[in-house]
Design a protein. Structure first.
Length: 293
């Protein structure tokens, strides 16, 4: 079925209201994005949803929908119709799930680690291969933040190590650590769907007995040799004491989901607990790493 997408420019104060307006004039789905492609994750029940200063609210409509009427409706209820910025786009009629699967190829990180879609053959059978089906969770290795963390894990000797994957998503970093020799991994995520995706991917890779998964309220108290957190700058800032609380003496830490402009302040925060390394950069994203004191 062909679709039309209506994009409205909003901010953190108007995004939710614009979403309601789009639904009121017939949108079948609404999505929020920002200029930096930072994802919004499903909040826990009762949590406040926060949006970006420059948010794009996108409504998806059947191509037969009367978009002229939708625009007139929005202009009528908008408090300043002259400043209402919108864009209409016709989306190509595709099998989007098939399109995504066709374009997710095996990828190599570092010297020996491959991330392979579960529906494709592995390029190097003798390498360290992680078979991945992300499902509904974040993390395929295609985003620079994940790639930076995978390359970092590949550079370490993980043999016999205990690893904490804080914000595990699809389980991609957990599985990489286990395939690279970690004794056990503790995966933590606020989204039950992420934990389910991690569990299924662990079974697919035959490492489920060494992966333990928790919601934050259930996370255990322990010390790990390796801690990796690929989330966002805001949570990394707020949860710094919790994340560093998992570090054993001389443990290794990696943080990602951070833009270059955010790196300096986070380096300063985490230097309270760690000897920090130089920042690694890929595109606009960075990885912070260090060693616990």
């Amino acid at each position: 079925m062909p679709w039309i997408q209506l994009r409205l420019s909003a901010n953190e104060d108007t995004a939710e209201k614009y979403s309601d307006w789009l639904m009121a004039c017939g949108a079948q789905a609404v999505t929020f994005i920002d200029a930096k492609d930072t994802p919004i994750y499903e909040p826990l029940p009762g949590d406040e949803v926060l949006y970006w200063a420059n948010t794009v609210v996108m409504g998806l409509y059947d191509a037969t929908h009367d978009m002229d009427a939708a625009i007139r409706y929005l202009q009528r209820i908008h408090p300043d119709r002259e400043k209402m910025k919108f864009k209409l786009e016709q989306l190509e009629d595709k099998d989007w799930e098939r399109e995504w699967m066709d374009n997710f190829h095996p990828m190599k990180f570092g010297e020996k680690l491959w991330i392979c879609p579960s529906w494709r053959e592995v390029p190097e059978p003798d390498a360290v291969n992680v078979m991945l089906d992300p499902g509904l969770a974040f993390g395929t290795g295609t985003h620079p933040t994940t790639a930076l963390c995978l390359t970092w894990l590949d550079s370490l000797d993980l043999t016999g190590k205990t690893v904490v994957d804080f914000g595990c998503g699809s389980g991609i970093l957990s599985l990489a650590a286990l395939k690279l020799g970690a004794k056990q991994v503790i995966g933590i995520d606020i989204d039950p769907q992420a934990l389910q995706a991690s569990k299924e991917n662990a079974k697919r890779n035959g490492v489920e007995s060494r992966l333990s998964l928790y919601l934050p309220q259930d996370q255990p108290s322990l010390k790990a040799d390796i801690v990796v957190a690929n989330i966002l700058a805001g949570p990394l800032r707020e949860l710094a004491p919790t994340i560093t609380g998992f570090l054993a003496n001389d443990a290794k830490l990696a943080l990602s989901g951070v833009l270059e402009a955010q790196a300096e302040s986070l380096q300063e925060i985490y230097s309270q607990w760690c000897e920090m390394d130089p920042v690694a950069v890929q595109e606009e994203w960075v990885r912070l790493s260090g060693t616990g004191r």
